[in-house]
Design a protein around this ligand. Structure first.
Ligand code: UDP
Ligand code: MG
Length: 311
């Protein structure tokens, strides 16, 4: 389709419960904008009935389905979607209806009026559990520091990108990437608007703690070596504290005798555990980096498209 103005890119992983309502709400919004558009849904190796439902959507000529060979993760899936669009403005949104599709109207308006490269969103009244919000808070803070871009909410995927930014992003063949942060590398004019946030419509979050930690590490590690530096400084600090503590123990022993020192053995254990823990943590972080380097040098594709359905 020539001259498509808008594209909506939606990663889908086991979202059978949400897809029908998603389309039901998204289509009128897009039609209401009065511009040509395409909706690209990427099946990220779903194990439920999502792919069949998606294929059904291709009856609508504006819908394209990208079928991946297996589960590559949300950000790789979005990249796969990016790779097949030529639209002027590309919008990403989650399939679980946590970001109301109705907000797209506003997003596109701000994007066009301000001629921005990227428009992000801030979730107001975020409907997630405390345990999901706390790590986000930390990550937002770290992301602001390391990218130097003062976005308030990095995690919200309801975003609009200019085609130029999208094309520069797909040229970075990185495995572990975090799209909102990557975009800031290529975007000059960036802004954020507030959007409503809803509870997941159906199914459950695809981010158990393990995946969440991995994703947060993607964000931090792909843009800085801050964690490694923190370990170094932390290590130096710990050693200094250790020296102080040792001196204190020696003095206390001289002053109060051996009996006191024997009882102090438990304190020593406590200290030991802290140090051992810290070492394991440090090894873990270094291991993460090495693992990531290994994945990058293997140069496997970040995603493999099995087939694109639709016109
Ligand atoms: N997703 C994906 N691949 C994955 C995990 C998630 O394509 O491996 C999609 C998922 O279908 C949804 C979006 O990414 O559209 C966000 O996932 P989810 O809602 O589970 O994340 P949360 O809102 O809990 O952060
Ligand atoms: Mg969600």
């Amino acid at each position: 389709m020539p001259n498509v103005r808008l594209a909506v890119v939606i990663p889908v992983y086991n979202e059978e419960a949400n897809l029908p309502l998603l389309m039901q709400r998204l289509l009128p919004v897009m039609q209401g904008l009065g511009k040509s558009f395409e909706i690209i849904l990427i099946d990220d190796g779903s194990r439920d009935n999502s792919l069949e439902i998606l294929k059904g959507f291709t009856r609508n000529s504006e819908v394209k389905i990208v079928e991946l060979t297996r589960n590559y993760g949300q950000h790789a899936a979005i990249m796969a979607g990016f790779s097949i669009t030529k639209a002027d403005i590309v919008i990403t949104i989650d399939a679980d209806l946590q970001n109301p599709p109705e907000e797209i109207t506003n997003l596109v308006r701000v994007m066009e009026e301000g001629n921005y490269d990227v428009v992000g969103t801030i979730r107001k009244g975020r409907k997630d559990s405390f345990l999901r919000i706390l790590p986000s808070k930390i990550v937002n803070m770290v992301a602001r520091k390391i990218t130097g871009v003062s976005m308030r909410d990095w995690g919200c995927m309801l975003r609009a990108y200019k085609l130029s930014v999208v094309q520069r992003m797909i040229q970075c063949h990185e495995h572990a990437t975090f799209i909102p942060a990557l975009a800031t590398v290529f975007a000059k004019h960036v802004t954020e608007i507030e959007v409503a946030h809803e509870e997941r419509h159906g199914g459950k979050s695809n981010y158990p703690l393990r995946k969440l930690i991995n994703l947060q590490f993607d964000l931090v590690a792909s843009f800085s070596d801050l964690p490694m530096k923190l370990i170094m400084y932390g290590g130096i600090l710990m050693s200094l504290l250790g020296v102080c503590f040792g001196t204190f123990l020696a003095i206390a022993r001289l002053a109060y005798g051996a009996r006191w020192a024997a009882e102090g053995i438990f304190t020593l254990f406590a200290v030991l555990f802290v140090f051992v823990g810290l070492q394991f943590f440090a090894l873990g972080v270094i291991g993460e980096y090495i693992g990531r380097i290994y994945r990058e040098v293997r140069k496997r594709p970040e995603y493999v498209i099995e087939k694109v359905h639709g016109k």
